[in-house]
Every structure is written in C-alpha cells, then in structure tokens.
Design a protein around this ligand. Structure first.
Ligand SMILES: *Cc1c(COP(=O)(O)O)cnc(C)c1O
Length: 363
C-alpha cells in the first residue's frame, strides 16, 4: 500500500532551521555548546524539574536514571508488561532483573496492586511508564517507599492531579525520538528535583569525570551526551510547546467526537489524569478488519506492541498470565497522530475505522 496518512510525522519549521544554522555558524556543535544548557533550562521550566540533563536518547536516559539510583546486578526492578520495550531492556542492560507486572484495566499503566504483589527484598526501583500519554498512578506508587522512575517518553505535556509529567517520580526520563511529541530526531533527557541524583546523572553521562577536575575519573562513565545540533532543534521545539501539544489535543478531540456516537472504544482516561495523547489508541475485537480497511485507504494505522512477556527477549522473565496486557495487545491499535494532521485527514482515518468496525459487526 502507498501510505497517504502516516502514523506519525514531525513538525519542523523556520525556528528549528534558524537555531540549527546559528549553532553551525558558531561551530560549537558538541555537547559543550551553550544551546544544550539552554535546552535543558527551557525543559526544566516546563517540567517543573530543577535538574535536567540532555542525553543521546530516551534509552540512554533510562540507563542513566537506573545507574544514578545505584541499580545493578542482583537488583530487581518492577516494570509494566504493556510498554515499548526500552525500559525493560534498560534494566537488563545495567545488569538488573526486570520483574514484569500487569497493567490496570482502568488506565492501562502499571497496576499498583500488581506492584504490591511483586515487591521483594531485592526490589530496588519501579519503572512507571506513562503509556501513550496517560500518567501512571504516582501517589499509589510513592506509597511503597521505593524509588520510582517515571518513563514519560510518551507523555510530555501530560499532568497527574495537576502536576506535569517529569516531576512525578524520583527521577523521570523523556525521549525526543522523531515520532515523539517534542522531537529532535534522536535524543532524550533525565529530569529530577533531587540535586544529588541530578549531579550523579551529569557525571555518569560525562565519562564519570569530576565536574571540578578535568580528566579525573571517579568511576567509569558513559558518553551519552546530546550534541549542540540536536539541542538546537530541541530548543525550537520546546519554544513551540503549546502549539505542538495543543495540536495533538485538537486531533484527539476530533477523533473523540467522531467515535463517541459510533461506539468505537478509545483507551480509558482517569479523572486524575490530563492526558497528552502521543498516539490516539482504540481497542476493538476485530482489529484486523479495521487495519485492513485503513490500509486500503492508505492510512497507516498499526497494532499496538505485543505484550512484553510474549517477546523473545523477555519471555524467560514472564510470571503469571498478564490478562489485562494481553487483552490490550490483542485488540488495541494506533491511529495517525501528529501536530500537522488536518481535520480532513482525521476524517479519512475515521472513515477507515468505521468501515472496518461495521464490516466486523456485520460479519
Ligand atoms: C520511545 C520510548 C523510549 C525510548 O526512547 P528512545 O529515544 O527511542 O531511546 C522509552 N520508553 C518509552 C515508553 C518510549 O515510548
């Protein structure tokens, strides 16, 4: 099929071009470029986080967050079964063991009751994923007294009980991959209000060097830093925050309005959550019919990720039946969601969904 309406597309304009040109002209293109610090400060102001460290990707940011909390071999980290795989892989990459738990049918994020059942003497952290733009239940997670890593890669601009994502756990991470809401191609960041953890992240991403003493390495660190060219794009995107996040909210309203009367089920939203839709998601028993109808119209709708415990990399770690995640993985699908999507394009997607939905019902 030729794709006419892609699942995701990036919004790059004059501001991004100007910022990149300025950094090129300055020749300060490494992570030492002042634009990296400016990007971090602009993010911190939006996220309500005192310490923001830009990183090469969201996955690097996850690894930095885990290491900054001292997570390593012998430790267990509780992770949700419904997520992009990156947070689960990051736990394994630092040598710890992911403990995969089911999500809640009410909000599709990690189920605090399942977390409670899986906490043990070796539990060092919980990774909560704000899946598809909906925050996890942070008050319930904080009650366990275990550090919480907030994977807000898909939820920039979302709020939990009025508080922005990025300030809800012990430490948070974001991704700026090209398909994310604030996009730099590749990129990510760590955000925290804990000064000691923030300093540790900074040192970890800077070869373990003492910040006051050049070439004095206190531990073996990474170079997971972001370049000035990438941060130039990021700074422009953060300056367009309201526009980019508002446009996705508008797309969400168009879908919601079209589906409310048609009996198409969208992913649930809790009263304590202000969702910031990353990908608009519906769930339907005859998903294949909808995907086929959309494909026939050149609409790039896609099935959600397979459950983490069903994937070759993680199957050994499965424990239990994961009924909620498996049901979502079997029925949920994403519809095109981007800041640049027009109402007419949303209408075309809706036609595809309704065609598949009613075909399924008639069958
Ligand atoms: C995109 C994503 C990541 C990974 O970010 P990268 O920048 O692609 O490494 C991590 N966690 C979640 C939940 C994501 O959706």
């Amino acid at each position: 099929m030729t794709i006419r309406i892609p699942l995701s597309s990036i919004s790059i304009g004059a501001l991004e071009n100007r910022h990149v040109a300025e950094v090129m002209r300055s020749t300060m293109i490494s992570s030492a470029s002042p634009v990296v610090a400016a990007f971090e400060a602009a993010l911190g102001a939006r996220l309500g986080a005192d310490h923001v460290v830009a990183a090469a990707s969201g996955t690097c940011a996850l690894e930095l967050a885990l290491r900054a909390l001292g997570v390593g071999p012998g430790d267990e980290v509780i992770v949700p079964a419904l997520t992009f795989a990156s947070p689960v892989a990051a736990v394994m990459l630092v040598g710890a063991t992911p403990v995969i738990v089911d999500v809640s049918p009410e909000h599709w994020t990690i189920d605090p009751q399942e977390v409670a059942r899986h906490i043990g003497p070796r539990t060092r952290a919980i990774v909560a994923v704000d899946v598809l733009g909906h925050p996890a239940d942070y008050d319930a997670l904080a009650a366990f007294g275990i550090p919480v890593i907030e994977d807000a890669a898909e939820a920039i601009g979302a709020r939990y009980k009025g508080r922005p994502t990025g300030s809800l756990g012990t430490i948070a991470i974001f991704s700026f991959h090209a398909n994310k809401t604030i996009a730099t191609g590749e990129g990510g960041c760590v955000a925290t209000n804990d000064a000691a953890i923030g300093a540790r992240v900074r040192q970890l991403t800077n070869f373990g060097m003492n910040p006051q003493r050049r070439y004095w390495h206190e531990f073996a660190g990474h170079n997971h830093r972001m370049t000035g060219l990438v941060a130039a794009v990021g700074l422009a995107q953060v300056m367009r925050w309201d526009e980019l996040i508002g446009a996705r909210a508008q797309v969400t309203r168009w879908y919601d309005d079209a589906f409310a009367l048609a009996g198409v089920t969208r992913r649930p939203v809790m009263s304590w959550a202000d969702e910031a839709t990353w990908l608009y998601t519906i769930a339907d028993d005859r998903r294949d019919d909808i995907l086929r109808a959309c494909a026939g119209r050149g609409v790039d709708a896609r099935a959600i990720w397979p459950a983490i415990p069903d994937q070759p990399a993680f199957a050994d770690l499965a424990q239990g039946a994961y009924p909620v995640t498996r049901r979502i993985s079997d029925t949920a699908l994403w519809l095109p969601t981007s800041a640049g999507l027009t109402e007419a394009e949303v209408g075309e997607v809706v036609q595809g969904v309704l065609e598949g939905h009613s075909r399924a019902k008639a069958a």
